[in-house]
Design a protein around this ligand. Structure first.
Ligand SMILES: C[S@@+](CC[C@H](N)C(=O)[O-])C[C@H]1O[C@@H](n2cnc3c(N)ncnc32)[C@H](O)[C@@H]1O
Length: 188
């Protein structure tokens, strides 16, 4: 069972799933993914930080796919007064609505098993000029390298954000730098 605290979600082993020091990162991801407005697909609800920023933008629909039972319940509660939200329960890999394309896609999961498929599936569900952004601990150099190998279908832009992860207090030190690079991949 996950534990939900004010500033973080912990998994059954006490490892951080999401923390609120990531707010500036999620704000930037949301800004990028909603740049074209329209129909947005968000993969992974977590604390709903990115979802709240996405909701502030002028968009048409906001589909959110979430795998975890407890988090999905919270997503349903959160979505009650948000008529453009389409919550979907399950692994994104098997649950992307058929025949649907998106203006923007944001991916932020935990223990992801299907990265390889992600690189291939994303371009098939983006509208022309559609934007893909994803949470990543990678440096600018690694993101650039990936854009030449895994994201060959798009043009990459990278925004640097200064962050301050509370490293000493973290049980699972999943991010330890003070610079985070937000990838924006626009389909060619
Ligand atoms: C780091 S959190 C996302 C944080 C979120 N961006 C926010 O702003 O709060 C990762 C989320 O992805 C969900 N998740 C993990 N694997 C998934 C999958 N295969 N499909 C859908 N959701 C998944 C987790 O349950 C968790 O809610």
């Amino acid at each position: 069972m996950y534990t939900f605290l004010k500033d973080k979600i912990l998994d059954e082993r006490g490892r951080e799933v999401m923390m609120n020091w990531e707010i500036p990162i999620m704000k930037e991801h949301a800004k990028i993914v909603t740049k074209n407005g329209g129909d947005i697909l968000e993969i992974g609800f977590g604390m709903g930080i990115c979802s709240n920023f996405i909701q502030k933008a002028k968009i048409n629909t906001h589909t959110i796919i979430e795998i975890n039972d407890q988090i999905f319940k919270r997503l349903l509660k959160w979505a009650k007064d948000k008529p453009n939200v389409i919550p979907i329960k399950g692994d994104w890999f098997n649950n992307i609505p058929e025949n649907q394309k998106y203006d923007g896609i944001m991916h932020d999961t935990w223990k992801e098993k299907n990265y390889k498929s992600l690189y291939q599936i994303i371009p098939t569900i983006l509208k022309p000029k559609g934007i893909f952004t994803y949470y990543t601990p990678d440096t600018r150099e690694v993101i650039k390298h990936n854009s030449k190998t895994k994201y060959k279908w798009g043009t990459v832009n990278i925004t640097k954000i200064n962050v301050n992860p509370p490293i000493k207090k973290m049980n699972y030190k999943y991010f330890t730098r003070k610079d985070y690079y937000v990838p924006k991949i626009t389909i060619d």
